[in-house]
Design a protein around this ligand. Structure first.
Ligand code: ARG
Length: 460
């Protein structure tokens, strides 16, 4: 049995159960690129500072290149008795190049090493998620462009409220995704500080240069406080919070599209390529991908909760509990990526059923608020006009008709203020035309929003 890298003061080796229970290499090997990157920068700094010779540095660098090649190609033998990614790589380097490898861990601890790896990993993961968010935004904008002028019922409380342009609705999601991007970018800027050189927790008396490693690894600066550097996982918490908000946004979109794909709504049809069938009911065509988007959002929120609870009872500096930060992080990133990818594909593969939407648009008195505004334009106080239009609606409900079906005489019986021009405000098409406030569903207002996004993303 191989001696542990930390084995000096031990007489006995750990039990098999403890080894199985404690190892993290089975999942933290995902950090190997970052770990090697960190070791390269560290070795270069040590040589620069006279803490190792140039020739030791060169053999370390060559050894690390070879180890990276072996891992890339799947030849590398990961060993759980070497516990984690850090000791696997360091021990393999020692096997390969001998003595010089023993200098690599000078002025370094796994405590600052792991959190450096993690920050580097998160930084890259954020860039990928941002790129996927951008793709979804573009898909939603294109979907809007394909459905120019299409009016859909707008809902509040899932009850018919006011008519809106489909483009307006789709762009509301684009706005949310834009803030999601902003949160990730903020999070990345805040996390981009270098813990390397904090060592176990107290720093070191050896003449290292933390600014050198920080620069080499593309960080903004070294972290100011070595205890803070090894203690906190707030950057992961922030990242998983941002992912949770993305997941909740996508879940709501998923819920809407699942509803809209139902027979009852019938507003959209997903293509076969994004639907699945039933093993028993031959007629079924289900929007499963979006149901799973809704479902998987639960894991992402769960990942955040795991990490919050993990951190809440810890005293300052490194505690082994922190090893448990990785699986929720990896899961959250992988899941949110999948959700974004599939939502984008779904958006590229749905058709809005114009005929069906137009057929059901007259129901629900979507133009009632526009009618109330008409009375306001005639000088009536809004509370009074609300009351009057309420009475008109009651009349329609009683006869199962629409506001635009009421004759001028009937309207005047409710209140004499009505004139012939009222019909210009009734009906869904007319109603939509009346919107003019900034950010509203009026076609010019929506066109303005659209042109903002088109030029931002240079969509043709
Ligand atoms: N595998 C450990 C982790 O993921 C690395 C740091 C271990 N440090 C220690 N002192 N045992 O957190």
């Amino acid at each position: 049995k191989e001696a542990k890298l930390w084995g000096g003061r031990f007489e006995d080796s750990v039990t098999a159960a403890v080894e199985r229970f404690s190892e993290s290499v089975s999942f933290d090997k995902a950090l190997y690129k970052q770990d090697i990157m960190g070791s390269r920068a560290h070795a270069q700094m040590l040589a620069h500072q006279g803490l190792m010779t140039a020739s030791d540095r060169d053999s370390i660098l060559h050894g690390l290149d070879e180890i990276e090649r072996q891992i890339d190609s799947g030849e590398f033998a990961w060993r759980t008795d070497r516990e984690d990614v850090h000791m696997n790589i360091e021990a393999a380097l020692t096997d390969m190049i001998g003595e010089p490898a023993k200098k690599l861990h000078t002025a370094r601890s796994r405590n600052d090493q792991v959190v450096t790896d993690l920050r580097l990993w998160c930084r890259e993961a954020i860039d990928k998620i941002v790129a996927s968010l951008r793709q979804l935004q573009v898909a939603l904008i294109r979907l809007g462009l394909e459905n120019k002028g299409l009016i859909v019922p707008g809902y509040t409380h899932l009850q018919r409220a006011q008519p809106v342009l489909l483009q307006h609705l789709l762009l509301s999601y684009v706005e949310q995704l834009e803030r999601d991007v902003g949160r990730l970018v903020d999070c990345k800027d805040r996390m981009n500080f270098c813990p390397l050189g904090a060592c176990a927790l107290a720093g070191t008396g050896l003449p290292i240069d933390r600014f050198l490693t920080s620069d080499a690894l593309g960080f903004t600066a070294p972290m100011r406080n070595s205890i803070d550097a090894v203690s906190d996982r707030d950057f992961v918490l922030e990242f998983l919070s941002a992912n949770s908000i993305i997941a909740v946004h996508l879940s709501r979109l998923g819920e809407e599209w699942v509803l809209w794909a139902s027979e009852e709504f019938g507003f959209l049809s997903p293509s076969d390529s994004v639907s699945t069938g039933s093993s028993i009911m031959p007629q079924k065509k289900n929007p499963d991908p979006m149901e799973l988007v809704r479902g998987k959002s639960a894991r992402i929120v769960g990942d955040l909760m795991s990490l919050l609870v993990l951190c809440k009872g810890l005293p300052q500096a490194y505690n082994r509990d922190l090893q448990e930060d990785k699986e929720p992080l990896f899961d959250s990133v992988k899941t949110v990526q999948g959700m974004l990818e599939v939502t984008t594909e779904f958006a590229q593969n749905i058709t809005f059923n114009r005929a069906r939407i137009q057929k059901v648009l007259p129901a629900g008195h979507l133009d009632a608020t526009t009618l109330a505004d008409y009375l306001v334009k005639k000088g009536m106080p809004f509370r009074t006009s609300h009351e009057i239009v309420g009475k008109c609606v009651a009349l329609c409900v009683a006869r199962n008709s629409q506001l635009c079906d009421l004759t001028l005489d009937e309207l005047r019986e409710v209140h004499p203020i009505f004139e012939e021009d009222v019909y210009d405000f009734l009906g869904v098409e007319n109603s939509v035309k009346k919107f003019s406030s900034y950010g509203s569903t009026g076609s010019e207002c929506v066109a303005e929003q659209l042109s903002f996004w088109i030029s931002k993303f240079q969509i043709d």
